[in-house]
Ligand binder design. Structure first.
Ligand code: GAF
Length: 381
């Protein structure tokens, strides 16, 4: 990366910072409802090599395979909020840092390289904005705490990109620790590191990329969020977290049926996240499988944010012997995850791809992921 940086910008990078993608084990669409979620950082990372300039110019290059790849996006700090395409995440991070901290900042050159797949539901966007946030935080000498940085990443999404997302992804990417998931409580604002114990149990998580792409700025995500707000308004609670699992059915018939289904998903998924965290904490990770698959049914039937290719992937994974499987992330495309025995993993990967293709969908891309370190400055030899 250092060589590529020197070729692109004719100067030395000051350092390389990186952040992982994430998968969410369970607890979907709970973040903006004050619930629980249990994500972990994955061993796919976005790296950004950066050097400061002595003017207000910003130049950004990447090895992404899109229209702007190969070219250098050049602008100034003052125009950073008007960025488009993937460079929005880089420039948006600079813009939000300057505005929220009231600092002038200085221009910079940045080269981005990533093996986090884009549009899959494993938070390529949070990985990119978080890698840039930690880089500029250090280079600009700001010392922003991780919790505050989570909120800055969310502002990049909400204001610069226009996606009305919560803080699940930035929390996962910024707080992740190797071999741990992080139990996020969005009402209490707490984060507990939970050792996963997958390796000792001979387990791993597969990501099954459906190749159905989603976009939370334009897709159904915003509509679901509004439906959850409507449910909370009708129930007279600040967030759906205030509703107990046992009280869910009491609300049937007192709100539109679809809105009630959204409520039921959100409330029961927080309950599932608590139960999954309990099993994992107790060193019984094999037992979470059926809870994951229940979570998928809840998303498919109640939250209605799955797509047929992902339903097919979940069914195929379970039929092939996965302990459990579910849609991960915001939905309307993206990926499923499956919990599998490492020994059976190659066979399950093959059988899932075959079965989904045979059902008439695009052949999914399947790969294993392992819980990895959150955003940081990369050590260099
Ligand atoms: C997307 C969003 F960005 C998160 O905030 C979260 O709501 C998730 O969908 C669903 O759990 O990843």
């Amino acid at each position: 990366m250092r060589e590529a940086f020197a070729v692109a910008f004719g100067a030395e990078a000051a350092g390389i910072w990186s952040a992982p993608g994430r998968v969410n084990l369970i607890g979907e669409h709970t973040d903006y409802n004050g619930g629980l979620a249990l994500p972990f950082g994955i061993d796919r990372r976005t790296r950004v090599a950066v050097r400061l300039r002595d003017d207000h110019v910003v130049r950004v290059a990447s090895d992404f395979a899109d229209a702007q790849a190969g070219g250098v996006v050049e602008t100034t700090l003052d125009r950073a909020a008007q960025a488009s395409g993937w460079s929005r995440y880089v420039l948006g991070a600079a813009h939000v840092l300057r505005r929220e901290l009231g600092v002038p900042g200085t221009g910079f050159d940045a080269l981005v390289s990533s093996d986090v797949p884009v549009g899959v539901g494993v938070s390529s966007s949070a990985a990119l904005e978080s890698a840039v946030l930690v880089a500029l935080d250090e280079l600009w000498g700001l010392g922003v705490e991780r919790r505050a940085m989570i909120r800055l990443g969310q502002l990049v999404e909400n204001e610069v990109v226009g996606a009305p997302t919560g803080t699940l992804d930035q929390s996962a990417v910024l707080l992740a620790e190797r071999d741990h998931a992080v139990l996020l409580d969005f009402r209490a604002g707490t984060a507990e590191q939970v050792p996963l114990g997958f390796e000792a149990a001979g387990l791993e998580i597969l990501v099954i990329d459906s190749l159905v792409r989603h976009d939370h700025a334009t897709g159904g995500y915003g509509e679901r969020r509004r439906e959850c707000e409507e449910a909370a308004r009708i129930a007279g609670v600040p967030t759906l977290r205030e509703i107990a699992v046992d009280d869910v059915e009491a609300w049937a018939g007192r709100m539109p049926a679809a809105v009630h289904r959204r409520l039921r998903h959100v409330v029961t998924d927080t309950d599932r996240a608590a139960r999954v965290a309990g099993f994992v904490r107790a060193g019984r990770p094999r037992e979470i499988g059926p809870i994951l698959t229940d979570g998928h049914r809840s998303q498919r039937d109640d939250f209605e944010d799955s797509v047929p290719a992902i339903d097919a992937a979940v069914d195929a994974a379970v039929a092939a012997g996965a302990l459990g499987a579910r849609l991960t992330g915001g939905g309307f495309g993206g990926a499923a995850i499956a919990l599998v025995d490492v020994a059976a993993s190659p066979r399950i990967q093959r059988e899932v791809a075959d079965a989904v293709e045979a059902a008439g969908h695009a052949r999914p891309v399947v790969f294993a992921v392992h819980a990895s370190q959150g955003a940081r400055r990369d050590p260099e030899a």
